[in-house]
Design a protein around this ligand. Structure first.
Ligand code: NDP
Length: 327
């Protein structure tokens, strides 16, 4: 028997309870993984609180990412003892996920643990950190270089934002952090941000073109903030957009695109091809200093997940929250 967080529907509401499961309760997939660590992402917050229609079939074990060790495998890609990471592919949404001590999954969803990482480090990064790295790679591919000018990270104190600030500063970019929480300024400065802008300032309605400020931007918010970011981009600048923490809407004009050659590039981590995600994990292992893992991550147990899920939706989580299913 092992512990798992189970989501069920009661009177149209999502209810989360820690229950005991047996291996035979798990889905019939090829690889059984002993989960050592999972993490709480914004999407898990939506799923566990029932805020977004993330889960369609109940009961469901949420947890969109995890790291652990292969316990048994019917696939020749993995053998027992292999350390692995899983993020995305609909796990924790359509398929049972990482908020449990065991998970049975498809081999093509698993990435071998890169050298230099362990389960705790990998989940300090998690889906949020992988997405941050994919955003950084997207800006690099768009020609945004460390000497190009200031790079803005929105929602900087959150999971994606905090790893993005750290990665960009480690790579030599001049990083401005946008946050709605002034009390996170020391935390963000510690990650390498050299300048700060407030949420209120970036939420001000904007003209089609504003004074040019940013060579690049990583946006997790969408909505009014993204519209202003676009209007403030330097000539030839690029924005990597990956989130909707403020809104899924975007009211903007074509002016930044046609008069300033700005590009807006979407970033998805869920169905990111395996070659690109493997490269992103390799670079994460290479770029992040050991000290970053203690600074950014906080560990909770399965029973703490419902409260933490409410907090992440309320924008109250700083950095990354790890979920240890063995606690
Ligand atoms: P977090 O909750 O950890 O961070 C989100 C941050 O956004 C908050 O910390 C806050 O930052 C800011 N924020 C929250 N609400 C608002 C608001 N109403 N207006 C402006 N800013 C706000 O979530 P994650 O970092 O895990 O995820 C961020 C976004 O990225 C989510 O929308 C998520 O769905 C998306 N995402 C997308 C992925 C993809 O594959 N495309 C993968 C992972 C995440 P602060 O306090 O600094 O203002």
């Amino acid at each position: 028997m092992f512990n798992a967080l189970i989501l069920e529907q009661e009177d149209g509401k999502t209810v989360a309870t820690v229950r005991q499961l047996e291996e035979s309760d798990l889905p019939d997939e090829e690889v059984l993984v002993d989960v050592e660590m999972s993490s709480l992402n914004y999407k898990d917050g939506l799923a566990v609180t029932g805020t977004g229609k993330i889960i369609r079939d109940f009961p469901m074990v949420p947890g969109i990412d995890f790291a652990g060790t292969v316990a048994s495998s019917a696939s020749d890609r993995f053998v027992p003892g292999d350390p692995v990471i899983l993020t995305g592919w609909g796990v924790g949404e359509r398929y049972w996920g990482g908020f449990a001590r065991k998970a049975r999954v498809r081999p093509e969803w698993l990435v071998p643990m890169p050298d230099g990482l362990d389960a705790r480090k990998a989940m300090t990064i998690g889906t949020a950190g992988l997405t941050a790295m994919l955003c950084v790679m997207t800006l690099e591919e768009a020609g945004v270089k460390p000497g190009s000018g200031k790079v803005l990270v929105t929602g900087a104190a959150g999971g994606v934002g905090s790893v993005a600030v750290l990665l960009l500063s480690r790579l030599g970019y001049e990083v401005t952090a946008q946050s709605g929480r002034p009390e996170t300024r020391d935390f963000l400065a510690g990650l390498g941000a050299s300048d700060f802008v407030s949420r209120d300032e970036m939420n001000e309605p904007c003209r089609p073109l504003e004074t040019q400020r940013w060579a690049g931007a990583i946006d997790v918010t969408g909505g009014t903030i993204l519209a202003r970011v676009l209007a403030e981009m330097n000539y030839g600048g690029a924005v990597a957009a990956c989130g909707l923490a403020a809104s899924f809407k975007l009211e903007t004009t074509v002016m930044p695109f046609i008069l300033r050659n700005v590009s807006l590039r979407g970033v998805d981590s869920v169905y990111c091809p395996i070659e690109r995600r493997t490269e992103a994990w390799r670079r994460l292992a290479q770029e992040l200093p050991d000290s970053a893992f203690d600074e950014i991550g906080t560990v909770i147990g399965l029973g703490d997940v419902p409260q933490a899920a409410a907090n992440i939706i309320a924008g109250k989580i700083k950095g990354r929250t790890l979920v240890d299913p063995n606690l």
